[in-house]
Design a protein around this ligand. Structure first.
Ligand SMILES: Nc1ncnc2c1ncn2[C@@H]1O[C@H](COP(=O)(O)OP(=O)(O)O)[C@@H](O)[C@H]1O
Ligand SMILES: [Mg+2]
Length: 361
């Protein structure tokens, strides 16, 4: 393929998110595996305070954050202008514009996985990898996700949600609701966060009160769920209207539950592919994942996480992730690798799916 036929893709990383650091590792994998014969890649970094830069240095400076002070950055941003259809780069001599064929946001959590960047791409009519604005926003909000899944009849933990201020004002009433409806232990979570940040497992009233305060640092909406004891498993979904699923994988967390440290710092946490499940249960998980994917309006990709309840073997949906971890050791790419779709092909398919969806809007 000659140079002029290559597609221009902006790969965006970092972002104003508690998962900024994870994004830098995820994007390293994407940049190392994207097909350079087919795509011109514009590496676009967003700092923690929300500044946008085109980065033209080495890929191995990204994971550590050293890219920011490399001297290889130029202020640049996506334009919402549909006619411009791309990016504005503030070169010394003046603004340069680049028409983009697609954007691949490799960002997790707030300000990246939550519909914000997806909405900017929709305004600019640029195909964006992964779920659209609405689905991204719904899937990042655990109160909305759980509500949609309940309506769709998909089995999940019993839950309630409330505003942190309501809890402060009517603490006893809320605690009774939690105790009568969910029991202990229960999980207290900010509705919007990610990577287990702000989540606590609580054994009594005092712990719930502390946990709600902690969660409220991340979001005004709080979700409380009953505890599900059982295997923690995940399945990768890929596609638009007719998605495919991977084999099912299992998480063996080093801690009692999969908190931030167990996810990123504890080398004892392990992934098991395929999961230690019967073929029947795996099939049930795959079909529930697709059912949830459709109910939530997902497209492109999602990793759908379940807890397989020990008491009766039922897969209970825990949460969808619309921009799952994409590091060398992350579950999503590993699951597809185990299903015969390597990293390079996976990235290529994701970009094609984004272009296909944009064409059918
Ligand atoms: N209802 C639950 N029952 C048992 N464990 C849970 C429950 N909810 C969450 N967990 C544990 O907490 C971890 C983080 O919760 P999750 O809802 O996946 O948040 P995040 O979006 O931050 O990943 C899960 O991976 C699991 O180990
Ligand atoms: Mg999770």
């Amino acid at each position: 393929m000659s140079n002029t036929e290559k597609m221009n893709v902006a790969v965006i990383f970092g972002g104003q998110s508690s998962e900024h650091e994870v994004s830098r590792v995820s994007v390293t994998m994407v940049l190392n595996n994207i097909d350079r014969e087919k795509y011109n890649v514009y590496m676009t970094g967003i700092t923690k305070d929300g500044r946008w830069y085109l980065y033209e240095g080495a890929i191995d400076q990204i994971a550590s954050g050293a890219w920011e002070t490399s001297g290889k950055t130029t202020q640049a941003f996506l334009s919402p202008d549909a006619a411009l259809h791309g990016m504005v780069i503030m070169r010394e001599g003046g603004a340069e514009t680049v028409r983009l064929d697609a954007v691949f946001p490799v960002m997790h959590g707030k300000n990246g996985e939550d519909g914000t960047v997806q909405g900017l791409c929709e305004l600019a009519h640029i195909p964006c990898v992964g779920c659209d604005l609405t689905s991204s926003a719904v899937c990042l909000d655990k109160a909305l996700t759980n509500t949609v899944l309940e309506y769709a009849g998909i089995l999940q933990a019993k839950f309630i949600w409330f505003y942190a201020t309501d809890f402060e004002n009517r603490t006893d009433e809320m605690l009774e609701q939690i105790e009568n409806g969910l029991g202990y232990p229960c999980f207290v979570k900010p509705a919007n966060a990610g990577s287990s940040v702000g989540i606590s497992k609580c054994a009594d009233r005092g712990e719930v009160i502390d946990a709600v305060r902690k969660a409220a640092l991340h979001d005004r909406k709080i979700v409380v769920e009953e505890n599900i004891t059982g295997q923690e498993v995940e399945v990768a979904v890929l596609g638009n209207d007719d998605p495919i699923t991977s084999v099912v994988g299992e998480i063996i967390p080093a801690a009692d539950w999969y908190d931030y440290d167990a996810k990123y710092n504890d080398e004892q946490s392990r992934l098991l592919i395929p999961a230690n499940l019967s073929e029947e249960t795996s099939e049930l998980i795959r079909s529930r994942a697709v059912q949830a994917y459709k109910a939530l309006g997902c497209s492109g990709m999602a990793r759908v996480d379940f807890l397989v309840r020990k008491s009766d073997g039922q897969p209970m949906l825990n949460e969808p992730n619309t921009l799952p971890g994409f590091t060398e050791i992350s579950m999503y790419p590993k699951l597809f690798e185990a299903s015969g779709i390597g990293k390079k092909e996976l990235i290529d398919r994701l970009i094609s799916l984004a272009i296909e969806r944009a064409g059918s809007r």
